[in-house]
Design a protein around this ligand. Sequence first.
Ligand code: ATP
Length: 335
Amino acid sequence: MKLAVIEGDGIGKEVIPVALEVLAAFELGIEKVPLELGYARWQRTGAALTAADLELIKECDAVLFGAITTIPDPNYKSILLTLRKELELYANIRPIKPLPGITGVTGRRDFDFVIVRENTEGLYSGLEELHEDLAYTRRVISRKGSERIAKAACELAKKRANKLTIVHKSNVIKADKLFLDVCRETAKTYGVEASDMLVDAMAYSLMTQPEKYDVVVTTNLYGDILSDMSGALVGSLGLLPSANLGEKYAFFEPVHGSAPDIAGQGIANPLAAILCVKMLLEWAGDARALLLDEAIAHVLQKKIITPDLGGTAKTADVGHAVVEYLRSRGTNLNV
Ligand code: ATP
């Protein structure tokens, strides 16, 4: 497998090296293609992502990505949005479930759901106009875009509890009616039990009744907001991984951003990035992905945790503890 590695900015530079150490323990013989992209490079060279970078990425099978700072400068185009569009990574899969011994703000641990976020259109269409006294961003919902994300969500629901919740705001935003209708039709075709929720009610319900949900499908911005909120449910944004999937490429990234407030201190939680390695192994069909659940449970039980979880461990300490566990246990499933 050829893997493009993009650390990016801020804590991306701290958590991705740890994820790579963990990946190395599985001895997959992966060919790594490191790429320096992001805001720091834009500041230095004026180009955050070039056509040549894109070609290199397209030659790889998968991407491991840290985080990139997106600044509110009209001349700076979000690389992440460009990559998601160029690689047609339309399905952003975000599993939300508690880790052993960790509780979030609600104190609850009885949930296990997946947010399936449409990744290429909605309010992140990039079709915008910024004038002095007026600004527009066009929210795009297409049948094709809605259908392919609905199919991805239904296929996932089939492997889980066969339950789908469609999140929208079609009472106010008319474009959402198309999304809702297409998702309902698709669920019917797949024989998946579908219900729907308005996004504002869903935000409340995810915090108060998270156990009710299994697969949640939604548009780009709602998925972005609901998944960060779910970080509070799990205990830290530093615990949520995600996979961006398309027909050709797979792109793994923590849900969190570059966290400039803690960057450079070596205290970022690397578990989201390590869980991205787990998703990568699963995507590659490697059953040893499950060993990472064991390894993470081990470090949490030993309280080798970063300050966001109330500990004093450094990013690297957590990574070393995970690798040490894998080495002592052996990454052969039969050991
Ligand atoms: P960006 O602009 O790149 O999205 P941000 O700071 O707006 O960065 P996040 O990076 O998602 O957004 O961070 C939100 C909050 O969560 C910050 O207070 C940050 O310190 C915290 N946080 C995010 N990721 C982690 C992590 N891996 N470990 C610890 N804290 C984290």
